[in-house]
Design a protein around this ligand. Structure first.
Ligand code: S3P
Length: 426
């Protein structure tokens, strides 16, 4: 594992095209593999997480070919089937949880494995609803971590299920299994999470009814096989967040991030930055948004997890809070603890290394900002097996006094060219 030394750059100018959205990429591969015949995908994420999903779809019987920027997937006419070999999900929670849903509907035994980070993450959150549907799932310890053994069946039952935490992965695992159930399935979420699965199902001809109420939503789908489609993957808004924060907190920046997905469940962080005083413009064309961000004096704010349902952007917003004037709070962000690393402790530690006073109370995080990234201390960090902690640390180092990030190649899970794109702006 290599160490990345990030220096302070004097001036940041130019445009970045972030990788294709990771969530859309996983689902495009899975929906295409489940469909009969040829689908194409343009703009697929080049990260290792999505490569793991692609490999697993091939093991389950889909064929894949790649030409220039177009990936072609052919779903077998008789449907997918169990693989004799273990399904290696690498570092990717989305792969393990969504594939658990897919294979629950495939008769036979499936073994799902992952790296050291993934093998500590809770899978009971998908095992519970999938078991109610008729699959059998065994894992390690009380939270059923990987390696998992899933026994699938072609007689899954439709269920009505209230998802106890805000999780698009849990919702999606159920919806993928529900495609093959013998009756409709309804998933109720109390906080609206990204609608990627249900929207893509609908575009692939599956009957979906989505009803919003208060902060939540219920999604009902009828069983059915998706149709082959040509998919275009927009830029990943969660990757754009790193450049958005960098542009705001760097003392001399004027940068543009091109063509990102702008689903409201994904871009809550832009509202947070605007509230903090970011100088930012958004231009939307064909459901994709281009951001322009300039150096800004940020003020502290209060952020609630509801605004950023997957909490993916919280670590980099903690870096923004560290550069802001005043005390910021991040409420109800306990889900950070079960991501690729414990991002709750990781974010606190990062703010502290930058020179801030930072502390937690229950599931809330507090950061007293320094008023400017020019006051950040230089620091060393080991980001473990967590791509987003690598990028959040790099943003802080680049805007501040530099940093050294151990195990930085983990960034390849989602954004293999992150450091090249960062350097190009300098
Ligand atoms: C994702 C959902 C989120 C997010 C992850 C991608 C998805 O996880 O953190 O990066 O594609 O469904 P949770 O469902 O655990 O919130």
């Amino acid at each position: 594992m290599s160490t990345a030394n990030v220096e302070h750059f004097e001036r940041l100018r130019g445009s970045v095209r972030v990788p294709g959205d990771k969530s859309t990429s996983h689902r495009a591969l899975m929906v295409s593999a489940l469909a009969e015949g040829e689908s194409t995908i343009r703009g697929l994420s080049p990260g290792l997480d999505v490569a793991a999903t692609a490999q697993i779809m091939e093991q389950l019987g889909a064929t894949r070919s790649v030409r220039d920027d177009v990936v072609t997937i052919v779903g077998p006419s008789g449907g997918l089937h169990a693989s004799d070999d273990a399904l290696d999900c690498g570092n990717s929670g989305t792969t393990m949880r969504l594939v658990s849903g897919v294979v629950s509907a495939l008769p036979g035994e499936h073994r799902l494995i992952g790296d050291a980070s993934l093998s500590q993450r809770p899978m009971d959150r998908v095992a519970e609803p999938l078991t109610l549907m008729g699959a059998r799932i065994e894992g390690q310890g009380p939270r059923l971590s990987a390696p998992l053994r899933v026994v699938g069946t072609d007689v899954l039952r439709g269920i009505a299920y209230d998802v106890p935490m805000a999780s698009a992965q849990v919702k999606s695992a159920i919806l993928f299994a529900a495609l093959a159930a013998n009756s409709p399935t309804t998933v109720v979420e109390h906080v609206r999470t990204r609608p990627t699965t249900e929207e893509m199902f609908s575009r692939a001809g599956v009957s979906v009814v989505s009803i919003e109420s208060g902060d939540g939503r219920s999604v009902t789908i009828q069983p059915g096989r998706p149709l082959a489609r040509n998919w275009l993957v927009p830029g990943d808004p969660s990757q754009a967040a790193f450049f958005a924060v960098l542009g705001c907190i760097h003392p001399d920046a004027d940068i543009e991030v091109l063509d990102i997905d702008n689903a409201r469940e994904r871009v809550g962080y832009l509202g947070v930055l605007q509230r903090m005083g970011a100088t930012m413009t958004l231009q939307t064309r064909d459901a994709m948004t281009t951001l322009t961000v300039r150096s800004s004096q940020l003020a502290a704010t209060e952020v609630h997890a509801r605004e950023i349902p997957s909490v993916d952007e919280v670590p980099v917003l903690v870096v923004a809070a560290a550069a802001a004037e005043g005390l910021s709070s991040f409420r109800d962000v306990g889900e950070l603890r079960v991501k690729e690393s414990d991002r709750f402790e990781g974010s606190l530690a990062l703010a502290t290394k930058l020179g801030c006073r930072a502390w937690s109370e229950g599931d809330d995080l507090f950061v007293e900002g320094l008023g400017s990234a020019t006051r950040f201390s230089s620091f060393e960090v080991d980001a473990g097996l967590d791509h987003r902690m690598v990028m959040a640390s790099a943003v802080a180092g680049c805007a501040g006094e530099g940093c050294s990030i151990g195990a930085a190649d983990t960034v390849a899970s989602s954004y293999p060219n992150f450091f090249d794109d960062l350097e190009r702006l300098a």
